[in-house]
Design a protein around this ligand. Structure first.
Ligand SMILES: C[S@@+](CC[C@H](N)C(=O)[O-])C[C@H]1O[C@@H](n2cnc3c(N)ncnc32)[C@H](O)[C@@H]1O
Length: 280
């Protein structure tokens, strides 16, 4: 394969893939930032770089998500390794983290639980920003936990404990000040599962029975047995599930129930506080 300049390489693929995507792939191959591409458009790629870039571009044309091609995704203020074993962290999930951080004091120890941790985006970000807290992260997928373990080490987090298991099953008798979760919530019949990036992401991370509400319902139902009095439960959910979440939380006697919209104005995160007067 002949050598190409940055401009030639980008021009060659930009008819078939988005320019932003092409730049991200080239930055990954050259291990440079975007400013480098803009500053040195005549920089010549060595042949291996040209081959690798066109190989990645071809996979992108086939639909593979950029994050799986580059192996990383920025979330909040950290960079996470991602593989096909984990959901690609989404910007809307940062809303859940922001709400959680508001509830956790910086200078006092708290026990936090993240259910369905995947890459560890939520658990690791909370652990990093609240070093006094002890964070527990659970996932059913051993492959996802391996990615989370790698991120924990790489981001030098030492207040996070990983558990393999089904939701609360391995936590009998344990109580937390705050439980957070971004569980699978897409209805199994949703046609979006066969479109775009979702085609490449693990089904176990995406879809749930009961029209997408099975995991949310299970977590809300079991959470009171694992929360301290006045503890909080925060959940991310689908664009049309806020009312159902509110109903499920109210049914389990949570108080101070609120929903917050994401940047697109879609109600995306709901939560409530254990009613201190309810005996569990
Ligand atoms: C939507 S992904 C969220 C990943 C990550 N927390 C994030 O926000 O990017 C849901 C996660 O739940 C995990 N999961 C699915 N079913 C589970 C179960 N029964 N028990 C524990 N984790 C489960 C999946 O493996 C996946 O990592």
């Amino acid at each position: 394969m002949q050598s190409e300049t940055i401009t030639q390489a980008l021009t060659a693929v930009c008819r078939e893939i988005d320019r932003v995507d092409a730049c991200m792939l080239l930055q990954h191959v050259l291990n440079v930032n975007h400013a480098f591409l803009l500053t040195y458009p005549d920089h010549v790629l060595i042949p291996q770089q040209t081959t690798e870039f066109f190989c990645l571009a071809k996979q992108r044309i086939g639909g593979t998500p950029i994050a799986y091609l580059t192996g990383e995704r920025a979330f909040y203020d950290l960079n996470f390794k991602v593989t096909e074993a984990v959901l690609i962290p989404r910007p809307e999930t940062e809303l859940l983290v922001e709400w959680a951080l508001k509830l956790i004091p910086v200078d006092q120890p708290r026990k936090i639980l993240d259910l369905g941790t995947g890459s560890g985006a939520i658990a690791i970000t909370i652990a990093k920003h609240r070093p006094q807290s002890q964070v527990t992260a659970v996932d059913l997928s051993a492959d996802a936990l391996a990615v989370c373990r790698w991120n924990t080490k790489n981001l030098r987090v030492n207040n996070l404990h990983l558990i393999a298991g089904n939701w609360f099953d391995e936590l009998s008798g344990e109580r937390f000040d705050l439980i957070v979760s971004n569980p699978p919530y897409v209805a199994e019949s949703d046609p979006h599962l066969k479109q775009g990036d979702l085609r490449f992401e693990p089904q176990i991370a995406l879809s749930a029975g009961d029209n997408g509400l099975a995991c949310i319902g299970h977590i809300i139902n079991a959470a009171p047995r694992h929360l301290v009095k006045s503890g909080w439960l925060l959940l991310e959910h689908g664009y049309d599930q806020a009312a159902a979440c509110r109903r499920l939380l109210a049914h389990r006697d949570f108080s101070n129930i609120c929903c917050y919209p994401d940047l697109a104005g879609i109600m995306r995160v709901s939560g409530g506080q254990m009613n201190a007067s309810v005996s569990i």
